[in-house]
Every structure is written in C-alpha cells, then in structure tokens.
Design a protein around this ligand. Structure first.
Ligand SMILES: Nc1ncnc2c1ncn2[C@@H]1O[C@H](COP(=O)(O)OP(=O)(O)O)[C@@H](O)[C@H]1O
Ligand SMILES: [Mg+2]
Length: 140
C-alpha cells in the first residue's frame, strides 16, 4: 500500500494525474472517506488527464455521471445506495469492464466491489488542507 499526503487541491489533482497515467481502461477505483475529503477533486483530475473536457461533479442525485475521454469513465456516488436492489438499479454491474469506474462512498457497496480493485482511503491530516491517501491495488 502507498501512503501519499497532499497539502492542497492542486497537489491532489497532481496525484489524480499520476493515477490516470497507470490506468488501462477498465479499472474500478473505490474511494473511501467522508464529505470534503477530495474524492470529487481527484475524480476531476483523473477525468481531465484521460482527455475528458466534461464537467465533473458529485453525481449525488443522478448516482452515475458518464464522461468521455480516452476511456469511458463512469463516476458513481453511492451515498444513497443502501441495498443490493438499489445497486442493481444503478447499472453498476453492467458498467464493469466497459470503462473506468470511479466510486464515491464505496463504504456503502463494499461487499460488491470486485476483487483486486483500486482502493483509496482518504482522511484528514493535521491541518485544514492536508489529506492522506492510502492507495492499494495500483502501483504509482
Ligand atoms: N489537499 C486537498 N485535497 C483536496 N481537496 C482539498 C485539499 N485541501 C482542501 N481541500 C478542499 O476540500 C474540498 C474537497 O471537495 P471534494 O473534492 O468535493 O470532496 P468530496 O468529493 O470528498 O466530498 C474542496 O473544497 C477543496 O478545496
Ligand atoms: Mg464528492
């Protein structure tokens, strides 16, 4: 597992570019960590680095946003997903292997995550703008 600290949204975006560089097109990237940790900031940087000009925001109501870049990017917000039925209705299982899936609030679907997916746990550091990223499932 890699542990990376960032001190600003810009540094988090740089981490997103590093992650994007390693993607091959059908990964599942599962974010863990609460509100304001930087999940959407990281997703925005990954999408941009994959060549997408689409606007990236937390798909809280839509549940999934789709961006077009070098690969299809499916950006999920699982905040309101509390059952397997809910999860099936998002199309999550149909999207697997058709693009890069990036998932906010993976805590809510932990049992459904594929083995070997990329897991990124984000927590706060010692001050306001410090974030700690614990990354497994991908070599940076
Ligand atoms: N090191 C950092 N990395 C990412 N965001 C940071 C950092 N420091 C402060 N922030 C702020 O935290 C917020 C992160 O928001 P966002 O990416 O939407 O989080 P989430 O999707 O996890 O709720 C933004 O307001 C951003 O400016
Ligand atoms: Mg978000």
């Amino acid at each position: 597992m890699a542990i990376i600290k960032t001190n600003s949204p810009q540094q988090t975006a740089e981490l997103g570019r590093r992650i994007a560089d390693k993607l091959q097109g059908c990964e599942v990237i599962a974010f863990f960590g609460g509100l304001g940790m930087g999940k959407t900031t990281l997703t925005r940087a990954i999408a941009k680095a994959l060549g997408s000009d689409d606007e990236v925001s937390s798909p809280t109501f839509a549940i999934v946003n789709e961006y077009k870049g070098k690969y299809n990017i499916y950006h999920f917000d699982m905040y309101r997903i509390t059952s397997w039925d809910d999860l099936y209705s998002t199309g999550f299982f149909d999207y697997l292997d058709t693009g890069v899936l990036i998932i906010e609030w993976s805590e809510n679907i932990e049992n459904a995550l594929p083995e070997g997916c990329v897991r990124i746990n984000i927590s706060c550091g010692n001050y306001d703008t410090e974030r700690i990223f614990e990354i497994e499932g991908i070599e940076l």
